[in-house]
Design a protein around this ligand. Structure first.
Ligand SMILES: NC(=O)c1ccc[n+]([C@@H]2O[C@H](COP(=O)([O-])OP(=O)(O)OC[C@H]3O[C@@H](n4cnc5c(N)ncnc54)[C@H](OP(=O)(O)O)[C@@H]3O)[C@@H](O)[C@H]2O)c1
Length: 271
């Protein structure tokens, strides 16, 4: 069935979800501009928290199951070991605060809800760090990339497969679902260049040098404890990255010169 267009800032979302009579709602839509959210905290909260509330209420009315996609940016990055599902969230920026509030509303308002926190997502569609680096490796002789933020790159297709497995199990509450292993943005960019068989020098820079508006956690590695207990693992990030570059390295969208390219996206990733 084709679905209507949803505007998460409108309360009519609740009725739209309820009347679609779904068995399952995977709520991945969000205000994801991390730096923009510092300018527009009310809009970020309206979409990510209030919008999630409408979706959760509609899902409950439909007696359906809800999966809410959330983020590693709910953590402050002060830990030195991977974050567990039970660790206290303490977001550093407005985006993280709005997503955390979305988590709370999903859990409070839909008894059959699952919050899935993922990180450093990339895939064939939309803007993401991996696609940007693949394009820049062709367009620019050298790259400058942030070295003092560490996280877990996650292939969207791997995440989707893990969601399908989660659905076969009776998991509720909060789970972490990321690619296995961790790295810095700099290490990720170097791996992309290498997987492309290119020689572009990649230069490490600091977060301070990058000069982004929103603060970001320096360490947001997630431990997939609940998934591990359920026998679900995502592939090592290096494996999925090499597969992705192999599958998409020849796509025109990764190669074409894009005048809108913002040099700032060369230095670290999206949410
Ligand atoms: N990207 C990451 O690294 C990352 C990491 C952790 C978690 N996440 C989470 O994963 C999910 C997907 O992220 P993504 O990077 O794929 O996001 P994205 O590319 O920015 O896509 C977000 C989607 O949300 C829709 N949207 C935004 N505002 C809306 C509104 N008011 N009403 C209805 N739809 C609206 C957008 O629609 P339009 O295209 O029409 O604007 C877009 O389709 C999000 O929940 C995000 O918080 C992402």
């Amino acid at each position: 069935m084709d679905l209507p267009t949803f505007d998460l800032t409108k309360s009519s979302c609740e009725e739209q979800v309820a009347s679609a009579r779904p068995d399952l709602v995977i709520h991945a839509a969000a205000y994801t501009d991390v730096d923009g959210a510092e300018h527009q905290p009310d809009l970020a909260m309206a979409v990510n928290a209030q919008g999630t509330e409408w979706v959760a209420r509609g899902t409950t009315r439909a007696k359906a199951r809800l999966i809410y996609i959330s983020t590693d940016y709910v953590f402050d990055g002060l830990k030195k070991t991977p974050y567990l599902e039970s660790d206290l969230a303490n977001p550093l920026n407005q985006y993280g605060k709005s997503k955390l509030e979305g988590e709370r509303r999903a859990l409070d308002l839909c008894h059959d809800s699952l919050v899935v926190r993922t990180s450093w997502l990339y895939g064939a569609h939309g803007k993401n760090f991996v696609k940007t680096m693949m394009r820049l490796a062709i367009e620019q002789p050298e790259l400058r990339v942030v070295v003092d933020q560490r996280g877990c790159p996650t292939n969207a297709a791997d995440l989707a497969q893990s969601l399908a497995k989660m659905l076969t199990l009776d998991i509720r509450g909060i789970v972490h679902a990321t690619g296995t292993g961790d790295c810095t943005w700099y290490e990720l960019a170097s791996a992309i260049v290498s997987a492309m068989g290119r020689q572009n020098p990649v230069h490490p820079i600091t977060t301070a040098e990058a000069g982004r508006r929103a603060a970001r956690p320096s360490y947001s590695v997630l431990a997939n404890c609940v998934l591990k207990q359920s026998g679900i693992t995502l592939p090592p990030w290096q494996y999925s990255l090499i597969r992705f570059v192999g599958e998409h390295g020849h796509d025109s969208q990764f190669k074409s010169s894009n005048a809108e390219l913002d040099s700032i996206v060369t230095i670290d990733g999206a949410p």
